[in-house]
Design a protein around this ligand. Structure first.
Ligand code: PEP
Ligand code: MG
Length: 752
């Protein structure tokens, strides 16, 4: 009889896979054995999709004839394995040979098994392959096993994607070309999106010349074969520790966020190629650079759609090996003392680099409200955006100061300036360690109580939100869970995160997946010509009901015993609100029919971010349980100004009379239908906008945790009666200048 404890692999166990000296295929063999052990089953096999022929290829097995590895190929729909792929869902067959889709393959030793469970392996909604369990006992797998296996495949998706890419690479190598120019200025003004101060050496990850290759750094390497072997072992150890730390600090990472790093380092083909160069007389440092760059070239030539992330991972690996080859690497991370300069980064890449102690980042273009910026603030790393192309064409690798308080980048500072900034940095750290007095509740001068909640992007934000006494979470941006992994987590994984958040914080508003726009998951979505007008927000969920339903199942299950609040992003009007609410109802029924313990009566809210939603706000206030104003998007769509375009940032004006009137309309509708209303966009961090909102009668705000104290302090300075007057006057304006005059007048009265 099968026991049902601990069916899900722990990250610790999964990282352990990479401790063995073998190649990709060897690692796959270990993986199938671990899964078979966990699932207490006789056989486990992995079929990976060969996307040149669209066939599933047996790539690893424990329990079937291993001679068939690489030889058995199945088309979509062929056999039970092919069926799981074609139908993109688990197929659980209690008596395999009696099933019409069963395919007998002589010599494969499959006839000894009765129960067959096949689960498709999905990575960013793309099929990677199929994982198969088999056992002699009939009717062996239950629903719990199906869920566990789905979770395991989700945890392993990044690893399997990397393994598949490596297997498919045509390792013939290629020539590398390099060309760079120099930096001309000694000072650059940018836009700071995540405050902080960093001092370190410039490290370019990519530039305008597309020079994406690894290069030797200006340091002394230990150029012996033994030093290379030590660097390799040290790198594997460090990555395992990093992965485990990530798992503790960032539960969302869940899966192996450093999977591709660990895989490459443990792959004998990769390290073997470096050894071969060394044996042929090349220096170890140059051998590492050559092999890493050969792999980069191969990925560039392959039809792999995740090329950008793969190249970054490879450079990351090369960088770590080189750093370890200096013999001076500390255990903490290999970007200590370095400032990363890149044209753009995926959220998952930012997470990996920040975890490796990068001091700061300089990125190209983009805006304050972009999701890479929001994530950077959650991760607490200084980031400045610069839109000067020349900066990204440089080969400068000397010292930089990133002053993300003043939005300044200083090139090659003299020692006096460095000392001054180092002293500032020290003060800053000391100040951060001091527990300042926390304003626990915000009340206006004339006694109106205002609720200040936290916007949470990753689970670790909850800790700071709690310390700062946030009165709940007004916006949990659930997409970050997907973005930092660059993948779709399983129902079980999502359930664990949502439940943890509910356990940690009172009163949480869960926004369903708000993907699209600048929150790009897969490369495919990137191809939209106008992503902010494309398949984003709730539209994405309605177009991808499988993904939406999995999230709703996880939310409704996690909300059992709590008063669950679900918020839909980018609502257009009544239709999409009803359609999404109906899906919640249907999923709830489905869960109840399955006998699942779940949230009884979830409150359903609509985000007001589109002009169409403003026009329909009466009906939405009547039908929804609550409304939340997303000013970041509302301003963008009302004024037709890209929220992330720095060149037109001066036209992104939250207190434009048109926006103010829209806000008034929303507050009237909420009052009329007694519908709770809050503001969750960044606009409430602007003291004048905050006063305007309060003057409208809005009394709940949700803001990034770093702004909670600031917003509370501002509220304590506001007089509600005066705020009402200020709002009324602002609403009677015709131009932005009129609004600014009213603000100036207000401020001069305060001063006098
Ligand atoms: C908003 O648009 O104001 C908002 C809170 O949502 P996001 O910034 O995640 O788009
Ligand atoms: Mg929004």
């Amino acid at each position: 009889m099968k026991k049902t404890f601990d069916l899900i692999c722990s990250v610790r166990e999964l990282t352990g896979i990479f401790n063995t000296k073998t190649n990709v295929r060897g690692l796959l063999e270990i993986v199938v054995k671990i899964i078979a052990k966990h699932m207490q089953t006789a056989a486990c096999s992995i079929f990976l999709l060969d996307n040149t022929t669209n066939e599933l290829v047996l790539s690893a097995t424990a329990g079937l004839n291993p001679d068939f590895i690489g030889k058995i190929r199945l088309s979509p729909g062929e056999g039970i394995t092919g069926r799981a792929m074609k139908e993109r869902r688990p197929v659980n067959i209690p008596r395999g040979s009696e099933d019409p889709s069963y395919k007998y393959i002589p010599g494969m030793d499959e006839e000894q098994y009765n129960s067959i469970l096949a689960v498709p392996i999905l990575y960013q909604s793309e099929i990677l392959g199929v994982l198969i369990l088999e056992d002699p006992s009939p009717d062996y797998y239950n629903n719990h096993d199906v869920k566990s296996l789905q979770t395991i495949t989700s945890q392993l998706a990044t690893f399997l994607e990397n393994a598949r890419s490596l297997i498919q690479l045509d390792k013939k190598g290629g020539k590398i070309s390099k060309k760079r120019s120099n930096l001309k200025k000694s000072f650059y003004k940018g836009t700071s999106v995540s405050e902080g101060l960093a001092i370190g050496n410039a490290l370019y990850l990519s530039d305008a010349n597309n020079d994406i290759f690894l290069k030797i750094e200006n340091v002394k390497y230990n150029e012996t074969p033994e030093a290379f072997e030590q660097a390799l072992l040290a790198s594997i150890d460090q990555l395992e520790i990093l992965q485990q730390r990530m798992d503790e600090s960032l539960s969302e990472a869940g899966s192996l966020i450093f999977a591709s790093h660990l895989l490459m380092m443990s792959d004998d083909d990769f390290s073997g190629s470096i050894r071969k160069y060394i044996q042929d007389g090349e220096k170890p440092s140059l051998s590492i650079v050559k092999v890493v760059n050969e792999y980069i070239e191969l990925f560039m030539k392959s039809n792999n759609i995740h090329v950008q992330e793969k190249i970054l991972d490879l450079k990351d690996i090369g960088h770590r090996l080189l750093r370890n080859l200096t013999g001076k690497m500390n255990l903490d991370g290999d970007y200590t003392g370095q400032i990363i300069i890149a044209r753009d980064l995926l959220p998952s890449e930012l997470v990996k680099l920040a975890a490796q102690h990068t001091e700061g980042f300089i990125l190209f273009g983009a805006g304050v409200t972009s999701h890479i910026s929001i994530l950077a603030r959650s991760l607490d790393v200084p980031v400045i955006f610069i839109s000067d192309q020349e900066f990204f064409r440089s080969e400068y690798d000397g010292l930089l100061i990133v002053d993300a308080f003043q939005s300044n980048v200083i090139i090659n500072p003299d020692s006096e300036l460095v000392d001054k900034y180092l002293a500032n940095l020290k003060n800053l750290k000391a100040r951060n360690n001091l527990q300042g007095s926390i304003i626990e509740a915000a009340v206006t001068r004339d006694g109106k109580k205002i609720k200040v909640q936290a916007n949470i992007n990753i689970l670790s934000d909850a800790r700071s939100a709690k310390e700062l006494k946030a009165e709940g979470v007004g916006l949990y941006r659930s997409e970050f869970l997907f973005l930092i992994r660059n993948d779709f987590p399983s129902e079980e994984e999502q359930f664990i995160i949502y439940r943890k958040l509910l356990e940690q914080m009172d009163d949480v508003v869960f926004r369903t997946l708000d993907i699209g726009g600048d929150k790009i998951l897969g490369v495919a979505e990137n191809q939209e010509t106008n992503p902010f007008m494309g398949l984003r927000g709730l539209r994405y969920s309605l177009r991808n009901p499988d993904i939406f339903k999995i999230q709703l199942r996880a939310l409704l299950r996690a909300g059992a015993g709590y008063s669950l609040k679900i918020l839909f992003p980018l609502i257009t009007g009544v239709e999409d609100f009803r359609e999404a609410s109906d899906i919640v109802g249907a999923v709830l029924e489905e869960l109840k029919a399955e006998g699942m313990y779940c949230a009884e009566n979830p409150a359903i809210g609509a985000m007001i971010e589109l002009p169409s939603a403003v026009m329909m706000v009466d009906e939405l206030a009547e039908e929804a349980d609550f409304l939340s104003i997303g000013t970041n998007d509302l301003v963008q769509y009302m004024l037709g100004i890209d929220r992330d375009n720095d060149d037109i940032a001066d036209l992104y004006i939250a207190n434009h009379p048109a926006v103010l009137r829209a806000l008034k309309k929303i507050s009237i509708a909420a009052d009329k239908y007694d519908c709770p209303l809050s503001v969750c966009g960044n606009a409430s961090a602007d003291p004048d906008m905050l006063e305007f909102f309060i003057g409208l009668g809005i009394s709940t705000f949700s803001i990034n945790h770093s702004m909670i104290q600031f917003v509370r302090r501002q509220i304590c300075e506001i007089d509600y009666s005066k705020a009402k007057f200020f709002s009324g006057k602002s609403l009677r304006t015709r131009t932005v200048k009129d609004v600014h005059n009213i603000i100036a007048e207000k401020q001069s009265k305060i001063r006098n």
